[in-house]
Ligand binder design. Structure first.
Ligand code: GLU
Ligand code: ZN
Length: 298
């Protein structure tokens, strides 16, 4: 991966991030994304930040944010700068909404999820609704196609018709994830987004939102999603990664294997620092090229 380029053509210093939602403990799947983003940052002599996506307060579990930070720290992964909390950023999201509204780039939508399953077809687009009890959607140019190059998944594109206008503010007056992530990546000067492939489909929306707000677009790399051996979504029983009683080096080596990094056997008994040093030195994201899911070994 190359480093980001600023409008002046000067390479911006690499800034990566991991952005967990504190809805439960860190699991193997999230550790895969955390470690991949950390390794990519360190392999580029970059900085690595943690951002807590605690915006959707109804879904946040008390204590989960601190537990995630403690678990990451146990694996040697610590934020280079103070952790950003989305719950403290409502004012910035509201300002962005006002800016988009003033530019006629968004509209109110009162459709319920049940009324519009699947891709949103733009029911409220031209209704000019004024009800306060409504969500807000970004207006995509009808014939637009968004192209981007993903460092792991390759060239991607999505048409506005297939995407549908994304919700940027929810009916309960909370910013939607799609808007918040764009605002926060820009606020933190993130140049490289390395995250799970479950978010690949959201990327085109995020690029559209960033473009509408004249914000820079980071480079993207979507690492495969960890699944059950048969390919099913990771079971709840496997979703927690408590530190107590787990052998940290062994877990790290297991995650490096999942990331196709072929860790040396002797690393399972090495100090965490040595494992991480080895992994930075030998980081080969190209081994993940085109892989969307990695099933756990049975
Ligand atoms: N908070 C999101 C999640 O845990 C990730 C957001 C991102 O990396 O862009 O799925
Ligand atoms: Zn609608």
């Amino acid at each position: 991966m190359r480093t980001g380029t600023s409008p002046g053509g000067v390479a911006a210093p690499y800034r990566g991030r991991f952005a967990p939602s504190p809805t439960g403990p860190l699991h193997t799947g999230s550790l895969v994304a955390a470690l991949a983003s950390w390794l990519d940052a360190r392999a580029h002599q970059g900085r690595w930040l943690i951002r807590m996506e605690d915006l959707d307060t109804p879904r946040c579990v008390p204590g989960a944010a601190d537990a995630i930070l403690a678990t990451l720290s146990g694996f040697g992964l610590e934020s280079d700068e103070p952790v950003m909390y989305q719950s403290a950023r409502h004012a910035a999201y509201s300002t962005a909404l006002r800016q988009l509204d003033a530019a006629h780039r968004c509209y109110r939508c009162t459709c319920s999820r049940g009324e519009s399953p699947g891709t949103y077809t733009g029911h409220c687009r031209d209704l000019n609704l004024q009800t306060p009890d409504a969500a807000w959607r970004l207006r995509l140019a009808a014939d637009a196609t968004i192209h981007f190059h993903d460092a792991i998944q390759g060239d991607c594109n999505a048409s506005a018709a297939a995407l549908g206008d994304p919700i940027i503010f929810r009916r309960d007056h909370l910013a939607a994830y799609q808007l918040a992530v764009v605002m926060d990546d820009a606020a933190q000067d993130i140049t490289h987004v390395v995250r799970g492939a479950d978010l690949l489909d959201s990327t085109a929306w995020q690029i559209a939102i960033a473009t509408a707000l004249s914000l820079p677009i980071p480079r993207y790399a979507h690492v495969p999603l960890v699944t059950e051996p048969g390919g099913a979504k990771l079971a709840k029983s496997r979703r927690s990664l408590p530190l107590h009683g787990r052998n940290i080096p062994a877990v790290l080596v297991e995650v490096l294997s999942l990331l196709q990094q072929r860790p040396l056997n002797e690393l399972t008994t090495a100090p965490v620092r040595d494992i991480l040093d080895w992994a930075v030195e030998n980081w080969r994201p190209d081994r993940l090229a085109g892989i969307r899911v990695i099933p756990l070994p049975s």
